[in-house]
Structure formats: C-alpha cells, structure tokens
Ligand binder design. Structure first.
Ligand code: GLU
Length: 878
C-alpha cells in the first residue's frame, strides 16, 4: 500500500510537470533603497496584480522577496543579493542607485540570473543578463534636440544640476554649431537660493531656458524665477524631467510662461488612473503624509521610474510565460561562494529582449543592443487647465505637434483677454500726439492719433486692456554697434518694460533679430520732402519755348537750303525763263524772276504764311514750293499749338527731381531722422548713389540729422530750398496735406512697412497679426488713415494746390517734328530730278525744232549760267 501511495505521488508529480513547466511559486527579488518606497510599492503591486489576474501566469504565482539596502553601500548590496540567490529567485529587480547597481549586476551576470533595472543609465554597453527599461539618455537627448529645433530656438541657456544633466543634454550641446548663436550653460548651486544665478540669466536677456534638475527642485527653481520676473509671457522653459506631472505648477498656470516637458507615462491613461486610485485607497492618512509619490494635492502620482518597475515585472512575467511553453523551469538556490549558475537565466533574458508588449510606459520593445526602442514620449505644456499634451515624439519621426493651429490660437486669445499690456510709443504726428484739451488729461486719454486708434481697435478685437507709456528717450530704436545695446522703444521691449511698441516703427532686419514684429499695418518707402518749385517770372523770349533750340537751327538751315535750291532749279529749268518783251518773238535775252534774293523772299513769305507776288511756273520749282509750304504748314501748326500750352502753364523752377539730383549736387543740404530706419537704409546701402548721399550727410557740420520728423520739416521750411529732408512717404503725405509750401520730390527709394513690435518669443504675435489683418479686411485701417491724414488736425488744406502743379508743357524737339524735315528733303530731291527732266526735255525739243544735233545744244544752254547773267538768257522763247 505504501509503495502504491509513493508511486501515485510520483505519477501525480510527473503529471503536473507535464502540464505546466513552471513551479507554482516563483520568487523574484527586489532590492530597494529606503528612499525607493515608490519602487517597492509598484513592485509589490505588479506582483499582486499578476497573481490576481491570472491572465499572464495562469498556474503559477510570483512571490516578492524584498531586501532593503543603503544606497551607497555596495558591500551590503552584494550580501543581500547573495542572500536572495541562496533562497532561490528567478530574477532580481533594482536597485536604483548606480553605486549598488553595478555590484548587483556583476553577481547576476556570473550567476546568469536575469537582472531588471528601471534607472537612468548612460553606459553604452549593457551586460548580457541586464534588461533596463529606462530609455537610453542618448535617445532622450535627441528628443530635446528635435524639440528645440522644431521651436526654432536660436539661442538658449542650459541650467543643469549635476554631471548627469550634462550627459543628458550632450546631444543638445553637440547639435549647436560653432557659427550659431551662443548658448550658455550654467550649473545650479548647492544651496536653495537660485536667485543670483537666475538674475544673471535675466540680465543676459535670455528667454529660452532648458532646465535639467531633479523633479523635487523644479518647483523651487520656478518659484524663484517667478520672484525675480523670469516667468513672464516671453519666457520659455524646457524641463528635462519626465515627471513634471508630479510637480505642483498651480502658481505658474496663469503667468503665461511656456513650460514644456516630455513624459513617458500618461497620468490620464485608464490603467494609470486605476493604479493611482488603488494606491490612494490603499494608504491610510499617516502613510499618505510620508508617501514619496505624493504631489502637493496629497494625491499619488505615477513617476516614470515607478511605472517602469511595474512594466518590468509584467515584462518578466510575459517572458516567463513564453519560455514556459518551450522548456521546463526550476527555481534553484544558488550560492555566491560556489561556481554556480541558473540554466534558464539566458533564455529568460533573451525572451525578454524579443518580447513586444504594451505597458504603462507605452510599447516595450528592445533593439539588438538591449536598449528601449520605438517608444513614444508625450510633449506636455502647462496651460490654464494644467498640463496638456500638445504633441508626441518618437525616434523615427521626431516631433509631431498634435495641437491644431486653431487650438493654439484660441488658447492665446483666452490668455490675452485678461491681460493689460503696457504699450510703449513716441510722439510723432499723426501716429501719436498729445490731445489738446482745456482740462488736464491723464492715462491713455492724453494721447490721440492713428496708432492710438489702432491699438484701441486691436484691443476691441482681442479683448485686452492697455496702458500707453512714452519711451523715456523718445527714440524709435537703433542698435549701438559698439556697445551692442538697443535704445528707444526696442530697448523698452527687450527690458520687458513694455509688451507692445506702436508708432511709425519700421520693420527692419536688425530690429527683427532683436524683437518680434506683427505683419505690417501700413506700407511706405523713403522719399524726399522739399519746398515746392517756385513760379518763374514770365520770360521775354518765351515765344521761343515751344520749339527746342535744335529745331530752330534745323528750321533756319532748311530755310536757307530751300531758298538756294529754288534759285538753282529756277536757273536750271527752262520753264522759268520767260520773254521780257512778249511782242518780240525772238528776244535777245530771256528773264528769270528767281534771283537769290527773290528766292529767299519767297521762302520767308511762305514761312510767315504771307505769300509773295511771284510764283514758280516750272514743275520742279513748284515741287520745291509745294514741299516748303507743306513744311511750314506743319511747323507753324505745331508751334502754335505748343505755344498755347506754354502760355497757359505756369513755369516752375525745381532744382531737384530725384535722389540722383540730390546726390549730384552739394548746394542743397539733406538729412534724415537720427537713429531711424531711414538713416540705417543709407548707412547700409550698397548702391553707389546712396553711399555717396550717406557720406555727404555724415560729413556735414553742423549736422544735417534731426531728432524728430517735426524738426526735419521745420528745417525744410526754414531752409527755403537749401535743405531737403529724407522722410518716409506716409509722413510726407501727412505734412504736405497741411503745409502747402512743401512737396514730395521723386518716387520712393525703397518699400517697407510699419509693424507692432513685441518682446522676442512673444506668444501674442499671431493673435495681434490676425487682428491687424481683420481690421485691414474690414477697411478700418483705411478709415483710420483717411481720418488722421485728410480730416483731423488741418488735413486737406493744400488739396487745390496739389492739382495745379501737376500739368506741364514740354518744348517740341527734333524727335517730335523730325518727320517734316525728312518730307521736305525728299521733296527737294524729287524737285531736282524733275528739273533735270525738264532741262533734257527742252533741249530735245529745241534740237528737233532747229535741227541741231542733240549734243550740240548743251553748250549753248549752259552758256547763260557761265555768263552769270542772272536775269537774261539766249534761250529761245517758249
Ligand atoms: N519710422 C522710422 C523708424 O522706425 C523713423 C523715421 C525715419 O527713419 O525716417 O526708425
């Protein structure tokens, strides 16, 4: 019977072995420091959960063997590990401290016991028995680089706590090229007062900060930054802690500071919420007080490392389950003193490395080196409602912002609605002027103008309040290249004494590097303000004006040429010779009425539209006369028409018509507003004319630069033509509407716009740009411009004047009347040909009649010319 019972028990045992390769109880060891309560709780909780769910290990149970070790005592740690191994464990979890972990690791490696860690470890090579669920620092560092690049931060300051921080941020330091803006690296001091360091950073005007410190110190650093004014709308913080959700950020929610971080665990995830609830319920009040997982609301929160511990136990259980289907597993007590190892250790480790599962920290997967891969980090930002997820990061795709543009815009608009902006400006008509009133005005009511109305309209669109404040030095803002300091309104923005700068402030490249600008609300260009051209007194010889000098000379030449040609052709053609005594059919001589004198008289008579008492008879001479009459007809009509125009238009004397004219001369001085964008345009121009103008302006003593536009206008008025002011076209438009002595000379030398400036990194830029666009589309900007340029403060005074000067008359040049000369010359050529034909025809006729040989008649005919007897000829009469 006894044998039978033994056999039965053996059979039963064999039966159980065949159906399940795992023992019923699997002990796992946890090594925790006294400060790692949260790790221990997560460890125990995970074990309990696996045991109660039975989903992963249906027939086995895990048993947690916990050992407490001091964080710096590696000897103690080794002893505790050996103790655990002696009792028989399937894996060792922890500890968190680097000092003790390495000893534990080497023992585990020797004994081939799986070692699971959840701590930050920067080593690039990992031991074969180790699985660390904490993402490798190099990968995390890439996430910071990607985010900083996505934001386009050009410069930033890194505040770090210890050397680990520098390792964490090494990729960020490496990614910053030598030719980029400098980055500053500062270490947090030992004590609790970070204010001196933060003040130095504040003075450097840096608004982008990367803060790497332990989660416990984050609140203090931010609080002290707030105390010294480094938690404004324009500051951005990137925190490297993965546990920002455990920091009490209530006091910073409304400051408008951009606080961003990554997180591995989503505290709003269903499983995390359940765990948090369980832990909250499972703790009594006393425990809660000392519980290190508490945030300031006395709520537990799941830290990244805690969640990783939970995931590590699950990973182990999953690997164990997978291994169970392929081999028989025994838990074996091992002695540190003997050369011994656990035969299933490596298999288990290998299973863990190929397992792919979802835990509290997302997808748990390892690459061939044993580092976490394909994990996703949430990008979280502090908003009024607390921390909000605004995007994700993963190693293959980098940063992916999930917040839509509309959501971001709405959030900004909500923030703006409770703000009172300080608006810096300067007095410059018609943008900002002091209001004229009998009683003393205070606050915003003291000012009026285009810019004042504009900010009022924008505030109505976005719903904010504002206080107008004049810049103390009354300057727009220019960079002193020696001290590298800005002045004027730009300085006010950089010092964060103002939130917005509204005036006729030009958007320039230099300024854009220092501050942020909205889209332009007005477009303009540089032009010249000068006195109007003076009316010329009537000229005694103004009748000469309709034709240019060369036309007059050509006309005189044409007159002489036509007269001489007429004389020659009249001599040449036989048909201009007539019998002085018609009763005598065979006169001794023939007469020709076209003497040189008569030809000139005939030509001048025709030119003056008077005619004369003798006229040509031959076709050739008539051709000459006809062409000359045509010529005179056109010339006289053109002259008359242009003379009429000249007599009705007032002649103006304008010594300069353009910037080139100004550059060419030195008699008229010219200047611009000191420290403004106009001066910067000439100073930085590569165009030779403007370089010459800049050299001229700089060389002038006394200085030609003014401290305001108003002073420039006064100088032009007082200069009486001796001073021209280079000014922006919109301001010129305003001045010439009111001061009728002045005008704009020439066109615009460039094209630019006025914008609203704000401190760098301002979150309100998009919203304010949007408001400007809205006002523009509604036509409000146009209405404001008409109001302040044409209507208020004496606008429209010079409107009649401006129309009068626009018409002009120009003298006619050769280009206008040259064709008439060509026709005249053509006509003269034709006349010459006709004259030759006439001569030949007559000679032939005479030869036939008198039976001469054709060749013999020529000497006879030429004779009168040879004799040079102008009025007689031996030609036979017709
Ligand atoms: N609008 C100019 C500026 O912002 C000032 C006037 C000028 O330079 O002509 O600097």
């Amino acid at each position: 019977m006894a044998i039978n019972l033994r056999t039965l028990l053996i059979l039963c045992a064999l039966q159980w072995r065949c159906s399940n390769g795992l023992p019923e109880m699997i002990p796992i060891g946890g090594l925790f420091h006294p400060s790692d309560d949260k790790q221990e709780i997560a460890f125990r909780y995970a074990v309990e959960k696996i045991n109660s769910d039975r989903a992963i290990l249906p027939r086995s149970k895990l048993s947690a063997q916990i050992e407490k070790i001091p964080p710096q005592d590696s000897f103690h740690a080794s002893k505790k590990v050996c103790h655990l191994l002696r009792t028989g464990v399937a894996a060792i979890f922890g500890p968190q401290s680097a000092h003790t972990a390495s000893h534990v690791q080497s023992i585990c490696d020797t004994m081939e016991i799986p070692h699971l860690e959840t701590r930050w470890d920067y080593r690039l090579r990992r031991e074969s028995c180790l699985v660390n669920l904490y993402p490798h620092p190099t990968t995390l560092s890439k996430a910071y680089v990607d985010l900083v690049k996505a934001w386009g931060w050009k410069s930033f300051t890194i505040i770090y706590e210890n050397n680990e921080g520098l390792v964490r941020l090494q990729e960020l330091l490496k990614a910053h090229g030598p030719y980029e803006f400098p980055i500053t690296v500062r270490q947090l001091g030992e004590g609790n007062d970070y204010r001196p360091l933060l003040k130095q950073i504040k003075n450097s005007a840096e608004s982008h900060i990367v803060l790497d410190c332990s989660t416990q110190r984050i609140y203090d650093v931010l609080k002290q930054a707030q105390q010294i004014g480094m938690m404004s709308d324009y500051h951005s913080y990137l925190l490297t802690s993965l546990d920002l959700h455990g920091v009490d950020l209530e006091e910073f929610k409304y400051g408008g500071t951009n606080i961003t971080a990554f997180r591995l665990v989503d505290p709003e995830g269903p499983e995390v919420r359940k765990i948090t609830r369980d832990w909250n319920l499972g703790m009594d009040a006393k425990n809660k007080k000392d519980f290190p997982l508490m945030n300031r609301d006395n709520e537990t929160f799941v830290k990244a490392e805690t969640a990783l511990m939970y995931d590590a136990v699950h990973l182990f259980a999953k690997a164990l389950h997978d291994l169970d289907t392929s081999q028989q597993i025994d838990i074996k007590p091992l002695s540190c003193d003997a050369v011994d190892f656990w035969p299933h250790g490596y298999s288990l480790i290998n299973y863990m490395k190929v397992v792919e599962m979802r835990g509290l920290t997302g997808i748990i997967k390892f690459d061939h080196q044993g580092f976490r891969s394909d994990f996703v980090l949430d990008i979280i930002e502090l908003t009024r409602e607390g921390l909000k997820k605004i995007g994700t990061w993963n190693s293959s795709e980098g940063v992916n912002f999930t917040r839509t543009y509309g959501e971001a815009y709405t959030q900004i608009v909500e923030i703006i609605q409770n703000k009172t902006f300080v608006v810096t400006t300067i007095l410059s008509a018609p943008y900002v002027m002091r209001k004229e009133a009998s009683e003393k005005l205070i606050g915003n009511a003291q000012f009026e103008g285009y810019a004042v109305d504009l900010i009022h309209e924008i505030s109505r669109v976005l719903g904010f309040n504002y206080t107008i404040k004049l810049a103390p030095d009354g300057r727009y803002g220019s960079l002193n290249r020696e001290t590298n300091e800005w002045d004027g309104m730009i300085r006010e923005l950089l010092d964060q004494k103002a939130d917005l700068a509204i005036a006729d402030l030009t958007i320039t490249y230099d300024r854009e590097q220092a501050v942020d600008f909205t889209m332009p609300f007005m477009n303009l260009g540089i032009s010249i303000l000068y006195r109007k051209p003076i009316k010329q007194p009537p000229n005694l010889f103004s009748f000469l004006s309709p034709l240019s000098l060369d036309v007059w000379i050509y006309m005189a030449t044409a007159y002489l040429g036509v007269s001489v040609l007429l004389f020659i052709l009249a001599r040449f053609t036989p048909y201009e010779w007539h019998n002085p005594h018609p009763c005598n059919p065979n006169p001794d001589h023939l007469e020709n009425q076209f003497s040189l004198n008569n030809c000139m008289w005939f030509a001048i008579g025709s030119l003056m539209q008077q005619g004369c008492d003798f006229l040509p008879k031959a076709v050739s001479t008539r051709m000459v006369a006809g062409m000359w009459w045509f010529f005179t007809l056109i010339m006289i009509s053109s002259y008359t028409a242009n003379l009429a125009a000249f007599l009705t238009v007032e002649r103006m004397d304008s010594p300069i018509e353009s910037a080139e004219d100004l550059a060419k001369q030195t008699k008229i001085k010219y200047g611009a507003l000191r420290g403004g964008s106009t001066v910067a345009f000439f100073r930085d121009s590569n165009f030779s004319t403007y370089q010459r103008m800049w050299a001229f302006m700089e060389s002038q003593r006394p200085s030609v630069f003014t401290s305001s536009n108003h002073e420039g206008v006064e100088q032009v008025v007082k200069g009486k033509g001796g001073y021209a002011f280079l000014m922006e076209s919109t301001s010129i438009e305003y001045v010439i509407e009111r001061n009728c002595e002045l005008t704009q000379v020439g066109g615009m030398l460039d094209s630019k716009g006025y914008g609203i400036a704000m401190p760098p990194n301002s979150p309100f830029r998009t919203a304010i740009s949007g408001a400007i666009l809205k006002l523009q589309e509604e036509g409000k900007l146009h209405i404001l411009k008409t109001r302040w340029w044409k209507e208020k403060r004496g606008g429209g005074a010079c409107r009649d004047d401006t129309t009068k000067t626009s018409s002009t008359a120009n003298e006619l040049g050769l280009a206008n009347v040259g064709g008439v000369f060509v026709v005249l010359m053509g006509g003269m050529g034709v006349a010459c040909v006709i004259a030759v034909c006439e001569f030949v025809w007559k000679s032939r006729k005479v030869a036939v009649e008198e039976r001469w040989l054709f060749g013999q008649s020529l000497p006879e005919k030429v004779k009168p010319l040879e004799d040079f007897e102008p009025t007689t000829s031996k030609f036979p009469p017709n």
